[in-house]
Ligand binder design. Structure first.
Ligand SMILES: Cc1cc2nc3c(=O)[nH]c(=O)nc-3n(C[C@H](O)[C@H](O)[C@H](O)COP(=O)(O)OP(=O)(O)OC[C@H]3O[C@@H](n4cnc5c(N)ncnc54)[C@H](O)[C@@H]3O)c2cc1C
Ligand code: SF4
Length: 446
């Protein structure tokens, strides 16, 4: 029998497991952990999904139990199965790996169970008995959804407002389409709506009066607003057609309006977003995709396994270089760059890149994508009197999500500066319990 397994591809790029392959894969699990010690894979998951528990249920053919275990820990269990960087999380901790054997394909098994359950409505959220309190969640991204799912199960009346037309935040609009385009977000949101969560889309909280009105009608609020648009660093020529910011570039792909990239694409940046853009540009047909980063590979914030995969797919890397200006007549066709060298460490602890005088050179480019980070939501936060920030991020108690303004809680990218979906879901869940304790007068400053 041939088992559907492709060891060279990251989990997100692999085909879903079929029934036979799922049972075979689940059967390989050693069922680590026990009543007194949780398994390493579970501990490595930010939402602490009971991995051996759901894998064992799959091996027994009990998908109902498998999906119940997954979704009771993580309201976005289906999406996470597609987007989690498992090479850094659960699968990285699999003890089979330490024995030189192939780690259990946890994400694919999780996807198998979630994809069985969601279309069947097999794992409904049971709303708690109504307790008369109302919470507003601002942001329908992973943090907001994690918070709302837990709150409704505790008996709160929950309203989720979002400026966008669809649920999911960056999962819907930014995460690379080769991992996830839209599904299974709508079914995951339907679980919440069926339990009574009131979703209001296309309702941006874009002025202080709107926020005041929400404050008036809410006993507590959760800020799951994430980060903002791409960071703005002006360059001569950046108005030229063909020069993109990373988020609109990926959003165009996800909304089925793929950008025309031409033969040469240049991506500026060294994070996971830059890597995603570069890999997508190859899929769009670019013949040469070059990633320009001003430090060396060692300092790149992107996951090492993603850099490796991008290189394997054909992305070229130009380290110790940065753009100076974009050139072209009516459309970008070249980028003037210059070489960099590393100096003393900067505030981030990484060596500061410094330009090398007279080192300018030209690179051809039909498309340039700037992927140098996201802005913080400073204006929005300034409308909340007394809200304490650290470098533009909300300071929230990691154990409760509570901010310096007692009825406001926060989590996800807005507080951690940009991490992963599963971390945002976890932060939202933690904040829901923090809100519950606050509104029941247990701890916190009511
Ligand atoms: C290009 C890219 C690729 C990524 N790839 C991955 C990946 O493969 N795997 C992974 O785990 N993570 C990935 N991430 C990170 C992940 O997407 C985020 O960590 C996660 O989405 C954060 O969730 P959040 O709920 O905090 O914020 P967001 O997902 O940003 O959601 C915030 C929501 O709040 C809404 N909002 C904001 N302000 C307002 C307002 N004033 N009024 C109303 N609504 C508002 C927004 O419309 C949005 O829907 C990626 C990020 C980027 C940028
Ligand atoms: S939620 Fe993500 S990190 Fe956690 S077990 Fe599932 S795939 Fe692994």
């Amino acid at each position: 029998m041939v088992i559907a397994h492709a060891p060279d591809l990251p989990a997100a790029l692999q085909e879903p497991l079929d029934d036979t392959a799922a049972v075979w894969e689940a059967d390989r699990c050693l069922r680590c952990g026990g009543p007194t010690a949780r398994a390493p894979c579970t501990l490595a998951c930010p939402t602490e999904v009971d991995v051996p528990g759901f894998v064992d249920a799959i091996a027994r053919g009990d998908l109902q139990t498998a999906a119940t275990i997954i979704f009771s820990a993580n309201a976005l269990g289906g999406s996470c199965a597609r987007v989690c960087p498992v090479e850094e999380l659960c699968q990285q901790a699999c003890v089979l790996d330490t024995q030189g054997r192939r780690p259990i394909e946890i994400a694919r098994l999780q996807r198998f169970a979630a994809d069985w359950a969601l279309p069947r409505g097999a794992v409904p959220i049971r709303p708690g008995p109504p307790n008369g309190k109302r919470v507003t969640v601002i942001g329908a991204g992973p943090a907001g959804l994690g918070c709302a799912a837990t709150l409704v199960s505790l008996g709160y009346a929950v309203t989720v407002v979002d400026g966008r037309a669809e649920v999911g935040g960056l999962v819907r609009y930014a995460i690379a389409p080769y991992r996830l385009v839209r599904d299974p977000l709508p079914s995951e949101a339907a679980r919440l709506a069926d339990a009574g969560v009131d979703f209001r889309f296309e309702l941006p909280v874009d002025r202080p009066e709107r926020l005041r009105a929400l404050e008036q009608e809410s006993d507590a609020l959760f800020l799951g607003v994430g980060l903002g648009a791409d960071a703005e660093v002006p360059y001569p020529g950046d108005h030229l057609p063909g020069v993109w910011d990373s988020l609109p570039f990926i959003e165009a792909l996800k909304l089925d309006r793929p950008p025309r990239v031409g033969a040469h694409t240049l991506v500026v940046g060294g994070g996971n977003t830059a890597i995603d853009v570069a890999r997508e540009a190859l899929r769009l047909g670019a013949q040469r995709v070059t990633l320009l980063y001003r430090r060396t590979e060692k300092e790149m914030p992107a996951y090492a396994h993603e850099v490796r995969e991008a290189r394997d797919e054909g992305v070229a890397f130009q380290f110790l270089a940065e753009p100076v200006r974009f050139l072209g007549n009516g459309h970008v066709d070249q980028v003037e760059c210059r070489r960099m060298q590393l100096g003393a460490p900067d505030a981030s602890g990484r060596s500061r890149p410094e330009p090398v005088t007279g080192s300018e050179f030209l690179l051809p480019a039909d498309t340039v994508v700037m992927a140098i980070g996201q802005q913080r939501r400073l204006e929005f936060f300034s409308w909340i009197d007394g809200l304490r920030l650290d470098h533009g991020l909300v300071i929230a108690d990691p154990a409760t999500g509570q901010t310096s303004v007692s009825k406001y809680f926060a989590g996800g990218d807005a507080a951690n500066g940009g991490a992963t979906v599963v971390q945002a879901v976890h932060a939202g869940t933690v904040a829901a319990y923090g809100i519950d304790r606050y509104l029941r007068g247990i701890g916190g400053t009511a």
